[in-house]
Design a protein. Structure first.
Length: 335
């Protein structure tokens, strides 16, 4: 049986390396692609080159530092300035990584692209579904549908521990390092935000839900909705950030019960499948959350969700994703 040609995105991590191996094992002709989005440490480039050397495949390196800074880093810091919590991986997948792979696929006249994400692409009916093992479909939910239809995800049936075990047998001389939550920031993301917008590092008041002053914060760049750590208040009970009001340099905090909410509105929807107004779907509002039921109401350029029960940590700036069974219907940014 003739196997087709695939462009594989490589990051220097174990997932993409094993995905490339599995495709080659299945008989595909593959070419690796690495996007250079920031000042990448030399070990990361070296690992990608070593993977390609061991698999005996070609590697294309594309420098995209300026584009990445404009599309992802600028978005990231501006969201914090607005008191919102960004999700740069989702934006990067939609605007940078998958368009890069698709452009190389077109240049080479290849058939498919592939990545090391734990999710499942299917067909015209179900462009994106949950993986059967681990699941990262949440992070791919805003990738262009036409690109998803040309995407192969070799890890769709695997758990992370299975991939790591495979890597030990395949890449015996490569040491894998843990990936960072935010690839372009080591630890001090607040420092990056403050370097662009110094006012986000100015201390300000912390109020409870009744408007009573109960403490002082160290700058809104350090906080997200739902956060508990780092709140210096006069209260003895556990408190969480309920809202951030950057124009007043104010944090409003409350108990967990006070931070529960029964609905959300989301903007800039992207639909992979036609949504049904008034239907109850499964919903996620962050990647590790167990999906819960909510009723969908469609509006112009936005939608509203009414939850079956109150939920915690509904965070402005994060993505809400709508599912039916394992298939992704669509997504939108939480207001």
């Amino acid at each position: 049986m003739f196997k087709k040609r695939v462009v594989v995105g490589l990051s220097g991590g174990v997932d993409s390396a094993v995905a490339a191996f599995l495709l080659k094992e299945q008989g595909y002709t593959i070419t690796g692609v690495m996007g250079i989005f920031s000042d990448v440490e030399e070990f990361q480039l070296n690992r990608v080159r070593l993977v390609c050397e061991q698999l005996e495949i070609d590697l294309i390196e594309r420098e995209m530092i300026e584009t990445f800074s404009r599309e992802v880093v600028d978005y990231f810091v501006s969201e914090y300035k607005k008191g919102r919590t960004p999700n740069p991986c989702i934006v990067c997948n939609r605007r940078i990584k998958f368009p890069l792979l698709e452009s190389v696929r077109e240049e080479l006249s290849y058939d498919f692209i592939a990545t090391g994400h734990y999710a499942k692409t299917s067909d015209e009916i179900y462009p994106l579904m949950r993986g059967k093992g681990a699941d990262q479909a949440y992070f791919l939910s805003r990738v262009d549908k036409d690109i998803l239809l040309k995407t192969i995800l070799p890890l769709e049936n695997l758990e992370k521990k299975q991939v790591v075990e495979k890597s030990k047998k395949i890449f015996t001389d490569i040491e894998w390092l843990s990936s960072r939550d935010i690839c372009f920031v080591s630890k001090d993301y607040a420092g990056l935000v403050k370097s662009r917008y110094p006012d986000t590092g100015k201390s300000g008041p912390i109020e409870d839900t009744f408007g009573v002053l109960i403490g002082t914060h160290k700058g809104v760049a350090h906080y997200t909705v739902g956060q508990r750590r780092g709140l210096d208040t006069s209260m003895s009970v556990p408190l969480y950030v309920k809202s951030i009001i950057p124009e007043e340099n104010l944090l409003v905090v409350g108990t967990r019960d006070e931070c529960l909410t029964s609905s959300l509105s989301a903007t800039h929807p992207i639909w992979l499948l036609p949504p049904e107004d008034g239907k109850v779907y499964k919903v996620q509002t962050y990647s590790t959350q167990t999906p819960f039921e909510a009723k969908l109401t469609l509006k112009e350029n936005q939608f509203h969700l009414d939850f079956s029960r109150p939920e915690f940590q509904i965070t402005p700036g994060q993505l809400t994703v709508i599912y039916e069974n394992d298939a992704i219907i669509g997504s939108g940014w939480i207001e």
